[in-house]
Write a protein that binds this ligand. Structure first.
Ligand code: AR6
Length: 180
């Protein structure tokens, strides 16, 4: 656990669907159509209500651009909300991936704040099916979140729930070196 501003930043190894926080973030796709990875796990564990709400959102907005975020309720999950964001598909690193990934974190946090959320859990956005190298993604993620928290007067708890040892190790090392 690291104190950042008035908030807490925590890294954990685990399954985000089990996290008891106000909101969990989903690494979704632009169609909010569900899929594999953490997206599949959230819809399986949360039940069909989340997908119903996703369909309504897509009917209204057409698609969710990478870097943006929307919220639904969380069905059967312990959280109150699922915040769906879309990370970049990694295409070599020169196609704006870093700023899109940063925006995915920042827009999720802004939306969480608007919803009155005090605790939020993130997965490692884009580092599965979307192919973002995990060490680089960890730096972008931790930097974006800690910059947000440093400027925030409120007391938030942000938990990164990382699904495998390698991803956990990458975030852990980055946090230790970046946030001294
Ligand atoms: N809890 C926490 N993290 C998880 C879980 C879980 N239950 N399951 C997987 N992860 P990915 P992306 C980790 O592929 O790269 C989907 O099909 C996983 O090990 O879920 O942003 C969407 O519909 C990895 O470290 O997301 C999109 O089409 C991290 O979550 C696309 O994949 C992200 O991997 C999005 O790809």
């Amino acid at each position: 656990m690291k104190k950042v501003g008035n908030s807490k930043l925590i890294l954990k190894l685990g399954d985000i669907t089990e996290e008891k926080v106000d909101a969990i973030v989903n690494a979704a796709n632009s169609r909010l159509a569900g899929g594999g990875g953490v997206d599949g796990a959230i819809h399986r564990a949360g039940g069909p209500k989340i997908m119903e709400e996703c369909r309504k959102i897509i009917n209204k907005i057409g698609f969710l651009p990478p870097g943006e975020a929307v919220a639904t309720t969380a069905g059967n999950l312990p959280a109150k909300y699922v915040i769906h964001t879309v990370g970049p598909i990694y295409r070599g690193g020169q196609k704006g991936e870093e700023s899109t990934l940063r925006n995915a974190y920042l827009n999720s946090l802004k939306l969480a704040k608007q919803l009155g959320v005090k605790s939020i859990a993130f997965p490692s956005i884009s580092t599965g099916a979307y192919g973002y190298p995990v060490k680089e993604a960890a730096m972008v993620a931790l930097k974006a979140v800690s910059e947000f928290l440093e400027r925030e007067p409120e007391n938030f708890t942000v938990v990164f729930v990382l699904f495998d040892e390698l991803t956990y190790a990458a975030y852990e090392e980055t946090l230790a070196t970046y946030l001294k």
